[in-house]
Design a protein around this ligand. Structure first.
Ligand code: ADP
Ligand code: MG
Length: 618
């Protein structure tokens, strides 16, 4: 067969196939051009998910009349001067967007170059220029209209999703670009609805709060640097998490980037803080010398290649873990307004108390806490051996309160002995002295200037987890009666085979008995008497969920957290005063004990001054 050179029109359509996948890609390219042109206000309008019409109006430097046609030529760009492809400071540099969009739609670009007296328009349809360059009325900047996207390539039309889904991807793209370009204003209008309005901001943080309200009162600052790689940004406390990753904004040298390495590093940093399948909320900006990152990897420029992957991974994990652990684990560095007691929020005091109660109740009704309680013996805290009392429905429990029985008399002799110790605990310990247990689920402790409410299950779970983690090959106990467990599906059995040795290191001796049965002979001593069957099935489920891509360490931690959940004091079990105080002391010594490994808080605190406000003493 004879070889021919493809004509420009075909070449552009092929390029369009890569650059312009859907309406959101058009929006991305046009908005990037507006940003590159130094605009301060950018307005985007779309009709029917961008399929019928996309317009982008900016107030940037504009295009000279004689350059209009050039702008629609392939590989024509004003942004690469020396052709070195190294110092890429603009969002665009490939000179492909305009010719690609023109190849698959009807486009009209009107622009007034700064310093010019008149504005001019140029039009293309399916890659062909239509008519001449004509005068246009525009006070400044550039105005672009893209109609009937993909009319020239109907195949593409079939792949478009619903109007709602396409609109959502446009919102996501604009959100991302607006986030990192915080000093510019952005407006997005769909039909007659304004979907987004961002005003010019002075910092990434203020833009973040403008777009994602959660950050206002829940965020911590990230700042890490090594060898010219700088990581800055803000993360929400892990208790604020989502089922989707849309609230993870990542940028590299000012460019929104979706990169597996970054996501992997983020997930790793958070694995101890949020449950699997949940995603944290954050905006992170990685800045590095231009020659250390290749942005010319993908036609739509949303992927990059890092020169030193390892260093990037380290900077990101270290930066995040540092913030997560110092702020959550170490009590002494949590400033009062940074604790999760809503004190910092602007809400009126009564609302504060409402939120407080609401949170407590929702935690108690969480499915995690409603599981059957199991008796167990615990090496870590030997005292925790009193019999289980089944958790009752919260309302039922409160009904059973007998108010007439409230003691007005001074404490009994037995507790008097503790008096000196008590005072010391209240005055000098971060979690103070445990006074009592309520609903058989929460411990109430008194500290000098605040009241603490501990969720006994969540707190203990964290302790067990940290303990397991520190001693992966800890002591194991032989089960008197080895437990036969049936694993119902094939993948489950495969998973057991693959992880048998790893589980052995964690303290489980498991033998495969038949096609669908395994025998558990030993379990970690710390777990005491637990429901082995239920635990193993849960571990297998967990392992099946875990993606192959996760580092092995990550997998182990996931399994450990499943185990910890099973091996912990249940909500609903009555605790003795000494047990409660022991739990508080253990929490004080354990890293990250401020939240359970599902990301929920293990305790909350209420400042005495806030309580006084509630009672109008202040
Ligand atoms: P690239 O952005 O990679 O340079 P494009 O095809 O997106 O390629 O744009 C081609 C050229 O058109 C740009 O280099 C720029 O000079 C000019 N241009 C496009 N859009 C605008 C705009 N909104 N304002 C000013 N100039 C623009
Ligand atoms: Mg461009």
């Amino acid at each position: 067969m004879a070889i021919i050179l493809l004509d420009t029109k075909t070449v552009n359509r092929i390029a369009a196939g890569e650059v312009i996948e859907r309406p959101a890609s058009v929006v991305k390219e046009l908005v990037e051009n507006a940003i590159d042109a130094g605009s301060l206000e950018i307005e985007i309008k779309i009709e029917s998910g961008g399929r019928n019409l996309i317009t982008v109006t900016d107030d940037g430097e504009g295009i000279e009349k004689e350059d209009l046609e050039l702008a629609f030529m392939r590989h024509a760009t004003s942004k690469l001067r020396d052709g070195r492809l190294i110092e890429i400071k603009h969002l665009g540099f490939r000179g492909e967007a305009l010719p690609s969009i023109a190849a698959v739609s009807r486009i009209k670009l009107s622009s007034k170059a700064s310093g010019a007296n008149e504005a001019w328009s140029i039009e293309y349809e399916g890659g062909e220029k239509v008519g001449k360059v004509t005068p246009y009325s525009l006070s400044r900047g550039t105005h672009i209209e893209v109609r009937d996207l993909f009319f020239a390539t109907p195949n593409r039309l079939k792949f478009l999703k619903t109007e709602r889904a396409e609109t959502q991807s446009i919102v996501d793209i604009v959100n991302n670009l607006a986030m990192i370009n915080y000093s510019k204003g952005f407006t997005l209008i769909a039909g007659n609805k304004r979907l987004l309005k961002c005003t010019k901001q002075a910092s990434l943080f203020s833009r973040l709060c403008e777009i994602e309200k959660e950050f206002q009162s829940n965020s911590l600052e990230v700042n890490e640097e090594e060898d010219g790689i700088r990581l800055t940004g803000h993360i929400c406390k892990p208790t604020v998490n989502r089922g989707k990753s849309t609230m993870i904004y990542t940028f590299v040298n000012g460019r929104p980037i979706k990169d597996n390495l970054l996501i992997g590093a983020i997930r790793y940093a958070y694995h101890d803080f949020i449950p699997s399948g949940r995603y944290p909320c954050m905006a992170l900006h990685l800045e590095m010398p231009y020659d250390q990152v290749d942005v010319n990897v993908h036609p739509n420029k949303s992927e990059v290649r890092f020169q030193n992957k390892r260093l990037i991974y380290e900077v990101v994990t270290r930066g995040l873990i540092k913030v997560l652990s110092t702020r959550i684990g170490a009590f002494d560095v949590i400033p009062a307004r940074d604790t999760r007691i809503y004190a910092e929020s602007q809400r009126p005091v009564t609302l504060m108390a409402e939120g407080f109660v609401r949170d407590a109740v929702s935690t108690a009704s969480d499915a995690q806490y409603e599981r059957r309680s199991s008796p167990f013996e615990n090496q870590l805290m030997k005292q925790f051996t009193s019999p289980n009392i089944e958790a009752k429905d919260l309302s039922e429990r409160s009904e059973s309160f007998n108010y007439t029985n409230i003691q007005k008399s001074p404490p009994q002799a037995g507790t008097m002995v503790l008096e000196r110790e008590q005072t010391d605990l209240i005055e000098n310990h971060p979690l103070g002295f445990a006074r009592c247990q309520v609903y058989n689920t929460y411990i109430i402790a008194e500290v000098r200037d605040k009241l603490i409410i501990v969720d006994q299950h969540a707190a203990h779970e964290r302790l067990v987890y940290e303990y397991l983690k520190r001693k992966p090959s800890m002591r194991r106990q032989k089960l008197l009666l080895p437990e036969t467990v049936e694993i119902k599906n094939q993948t489950g059995m495969e998973v057991v085979e693959i992880y048998k040795d790893k589980l052995f290191e964690m303290g489980f001796d498991i033998e495969i008995k038949s096609e669908n049965k395994v025998i558990v002979k030993e379990i970690p001593t710390i777990l005491g008497a637990i429901d082995v069957k239920e635990m193993l099935i849960n571990i297998v489920d967990r392992l099946m969920e875990i993606e192959d891509t996760l580092p092995i360490e990550d997998k182990v931690n996931k399994v450990l957290s499943t185990i910890a959940c099973h091996g912990s004091i249940r909500a609903g079990r009555k605790m003795k005063l000494e047990e409660m105080n022991e739990l508080l002391r253990q929490m004080e010594e354990t890293p990250y004990s401020g939240q359970c490994n599902h990301g929920r808080p293990t305790y909350i605190e209420m400042k005495l001054s806030d309580i006084e406000k509630l009672f109008e003493r202040r």
